[in-house]
Design a protein around this ligand. Structure first.
Ligand code: 5GP
Length: 191
């Protein structure tokens, strides 16, 4: 007997490594890949659509999800907002024999490792620490205090790489996305 192939893949990595960019490339080029939509208490950024990029919820709504056991994992990210993975859609997807992907922070990945150790854990790494710092500062969507907070988080998060099953280097977004898709056991786009 072999175990079913449908598997949960968890993508995590340091701040500003480009997890969001890889997710966007995945949505654009691999609409067949099922990507979990997280709940978050942070307000939407321009262009973000409720129910597509996140479920934007109030702190009270998030509390209710936690209390109701509705989240597979959740974490306070960058000491600010809460983010969590709704449990039911993931479980339904896996029960249907289909692969699922979570793009979450390191604390969340550790929680999933405890509750679903059969998942595969993929660390998205920058080509170098210098490049990570460049991306962190270059993004320009956060104020100085927020950037400093994120840099500190990134240094701690980089040390977690050995905890992961696979490392994908985000040197080129399309290449990194293709490598992730291949790790999920799905066909890679030819273009
Ligand atoms: P952003 O606010 O830039 O969209 O995301 C900030 C961080 O939250 C990213 O590192 C992202 O991976 C993480 N994140 C997004 N959704 C979840 C989630 O459901 N759970 C956890 N633990 N982290 C999440």
């Amino acid at each position: 007997m072999t175990t079913p192939r449908a598997r949960l893949t968890v993508l995590a990595g340091p701040t500003a490594v480009g997890k969001g960019t890889v997710s966007a490339d995945l949505r654009a080029r691999y609409p067949q890949v099922w990507l979990s939509v997280s709940a978050t208490t942070r307000p939407p950024r321009p262009g973000e659509v409720d129910g597509v990029h996140y479920h934007f919820v109030t702190p009270e709504e998030f509390d209710a999800m936690v209390e109701g056991g509705e989240l597979l994992e959740w974490a306070v990210v960058h000491g600010r907002n809460r983010y969590g993975t709704p449990r039911r859609p993931v479980e339904e997807r896996l029960a249907a024999g289909e692969p699922a992907l979570l793009e979450i922070d390191l604390q969340g990945a550790r929680q999933v490792r405890r509750t679903m150790p059969e998942a595969q854990f993929v660390f998205l790494a920058p080509p170098s620490m210098e490049e990570l710092v460049r991306r962190l500062v270059g993004r320009g969507t956060e104020d100085a205090e927020e950037r400093a907070r994120r840099l500190q988080t990134a240094e701690v998060e980089m040390a977690a790489e050995p905890e992961f099953d696979h490392v994908v280097v985000n040197d080129d977004v399309r290449r990194a996305t293709d490598e992730l898709v291949a790790l999920m056991g799905l066909p890679v786009a030819v273009d």
